[in-house]
Design a protein around this ligand. Sequence first.
Ligand code: GDD
Ligand code: MN
Length: 371
Amino acid sequence: MKIVVISPTYNEKENIQKLIPHLENEIFPQIKNHDMWLLVADDKSPDGTAEVVRDYMKKYKKLELLMGNKEGLGAAYARAMQYAMKEMHAGAIVEFDADFQHDPKGIIDLVNAMEEGYDYVIGSRYIPGGQIPKEWGIHRKLMSFFGSLFARVVLLTFDIHDMTSGFKLTKTEFLEKVDLDHLLSKYYAYKIQILFEVVKLKAKVKEVPIIFYERKAGSSKISQKDLFDSFYVVVMLRLRESKNFVKFLVVGGVGFLINAITLAMLVENFHWHPAQANLVGAALAIFSNFNFNNIWTFKEHKSDSIFSYFIKLIQFYATSSFGVIFIQTGTIFLGTHLIGKDYYLIYFLVGTFFLLIWNFTIYNKIIWRKK
Ligand code: GDD
Ligand code: MN
């Protein structure tokens, strides 16, 4: 099979200088059953990355360069993937950073996994044997881990541990079915979307562990805005996927207001403890949520007799109570005790966010599950 390794570059002169001969001389020759090519997707790097590639092209025949304007990593990949499929007739594509944060030997592992019969192989930092840079600050570590967790929960891809890895192999029979011209993001978050679409197409997915090394030369192009962009992509994918989720959010919004108003009223006017006040607010919100969900969001699975209505209502209170008491009120309780009562509305917001994730999972899996 023809496999095209795509390496996007922006100001990676120093890295690409070492990377190309390393791949061509050390790595590709070890992969005997496949026709290995390298495609560098450069966005007119001012440091002259492209000149280095052009020089090497005289020496290495299975090396190509695709130039574009700098629009973002996702835009560069979309362009390069289309080129690899249409012009180079690739059977599989490997996404690979040019900055040596990915170990080139990992390419061999990805190809081996494909030979075992997998269609989409992820180089994963979050499975045993995988690793993120030890040098990363606690902030970046938490961000990366919780970002991945958030995407897994909202997109219901629990089985995948690394949602944003930049090192992976995709068979083009799947990639061809993804609309690369209209990706939601031109930046790093395109990865989350392609992953989601490929999983939806029922590709056989495998994660193989990778160590993500610290960058040694040049600098990272990822920024704060990529955090918001990723959040946007995850939420958009979910909304597109299920109308139920939109309804669920509207119903939850009403419940949220009932809960918040009751909470604030009891605390401000009647001087209740926020944790106690929240239990009352939540009990009212649960009642509202149940009835709206029953007649609207999950109406296809609605209870058809008064008996089943009460059974469902009790079930609903039971499962919701767990979330309300341990997740939402628990967060308020911890916050007020550890930090102080002044910010009780913030603990309420954080607790409610965790509750939302819990509830949607439970509603789908237990209460209104398909028969
Ligand atoms: N052509 C092009 N255009 N290349 C780009 C652009 C762009 O706009 N932005 C970045 N690149 C190239 C870089 O030159 C590098 O070779 C590769 O893409 C990865 O970019 P980095 O800027 O080094 O990304 P990172 O190390 O911060 O992020 C890594 O981890 C993320 C998850 O934590 C990457 O592997 C990401 O893909 C991954 O999502
Ligand atoms: Mn990097």
